[in-house]
Design a protein around this ligand. Structure first.
Ligand SMILES: [Zn+2]
Ligand SMILES: [Zn+2]
Length: 368
């Protein structure tokens, strides 16, 4: 069995990542060492890589393993681990989906049932790559699952490209749409049909909502339709916010939407989204995840329409379980195979540059 594995270290924006060999740790009681199979470059990795907003502070002189959207197989089970979090038997070689952060279960948020807002979730990711357990990010051969990280077995017919996004975008929208109670009879508007928006389309549909998706790229709008969108709004045709707000009103019988979600990651869409909401509407913020890009909001509009604003930064274990169950149910029925371009870990810098420049939609690192 290998005693070392490769990891790509990130030193800061504009600096190339470097591959190093790190020792493969022995799992402690309750922990699991994962052999990473595939790690996608997520939009938030690009934000970190560019140093957007406050994310520049994530750089470390001694390097940090970034990346979080991934899937892999069990390499070694720690003492006491014999099943996943749903009670299914786990053995070496089993394919798994897992949280990449570790809700502590005992901080103020966790005690109030809000593990997605745990104060300590990301602590383990911040440690040094030269200290146990070394493998703290996705762009590496291994990943160390602490006992707090939820893990679920992946059904055989759910492929690696389908499941790699489960522990980031998919679980996130499952959790977010639950938080805003998107449900039967609701009109849901999704701002943006990237990874988050495409998953949100299918999940909102299956929760019984009518779904309106806004984007400006043909292939994204087509994919949104294939995922079940009832209406799409092409912002190349309706070029102003006023026109788009008026169109949503029209599509919702004059009432306005029950739920609007920012899945774009550009704060400027928020005032437009709030204007689309009807009485009692809920706004879900997921896309713009880093502080530092404020927008103007009319509080009187929120009050007069009884609007609720919710934001989710991560998700709970149940949402990941539901994400895997969603893939299990819909594999073969929905176009869930993510369109990815494969790179080797040696080419990590090129993969990120290509995605940043728009040459590829989604780069995916395959660890072979
Ligand atoms: Zn992500
Ligand atoms: Zn906690």
């Amino acid at each position: 069995m290998a005693t070392t594995g490769r990891a790509a270290l990130f030193f800061g924006p504009g600096k190339p990542m470097e591959l190093v060999d790190l020792p493969v740790p022995d799992p402690e009681a309750g922990a699991i060492v994962v052999r990473v199979a595939r790690a996608n470059v997520c939009g938030s990795d690009l934000h970190i890589w560019r140093g957007d907003g406050m994310l520049a502070a994530m750089a470390r002189d001694d390097g940090r393993i970034i990346g979080h959207e991934m899937t892999g197989v069990v390499h070694a089970l720690g003492p006491g681990v014999s099943t996943d979090w749903a009670g299914r038997r786990l053995a070496e070689g089993d394919r798994i989906a897992y949280q990449y952060f570790a809700p502590c279960g005992r901080c103020r948020s966790c005690l109030r049932g809000l593990s997605a807002a745990c104060a300590h979730s990301f602590k383990v990711l911040r440690g040094r790559p030269t200290e146990f357990p070394y493998f703290r990010g996705a762009f590496a051969d291994y990943f160390y699952l602490t006992p707090q990280m939820a893990v679920f077995k992946v059904p055989d017919h759910v492929t690696d490209t389908m499941v790699a996004g489960a522990n980031c975008a998919l679980a996130q929208v499952v959790h977010g749409l639950e938080r805003v109670e998107a449900s039967l009879g609701d009109d849901v508007v999704l701002q943006g049909a990237g990874g988050l928006g495409i998953y949100a389309t299918a999940v909102a549909k299956q929760r019984g909502a009518r779904v309106i998706v806004i984007d400006g790229l043909d292939e994204r709008l087509a994919l949104a339709r294939a995922m079940g969108a009832d209406n799409v709004i092409d912002f190349r045709r309706l070029a102003t916010a006023d026109e788009r707000v008026a169109h949503v009103r029209e599509l919702t019988g004059g009432w306005g939407a029950d739920v609007v979600c920012d899945l774009v990651g550009r704060a400027s869409v928020i005032p437009e989204g709030l204007a689309m909401l009807g009485l009692g509407g809920r706004y879900l913020e997921i896309g713009t995840f880093f502080p530092g890009t404020p927008v103007e909001v009319d509080p009187g509009l929120l009050v007069s329409r009884n609007i609720r604003v919710e934001a989710v930064a991560s998700y709970d274990a149940a949402s990941l379980q539901q994400a895997v169950a969603f893939l299990d149910r819909n594999a073969g029925r929905l176009p869930l195979e993510q369109v990815v371009t494969d790179y080797s870990l040696d080419d990590i810098n090129r993969a990120i540059e290509d995605q940043d420049s728009g040459q590829v939609t989604r780069a995916s690192i395959v660890m072979t």
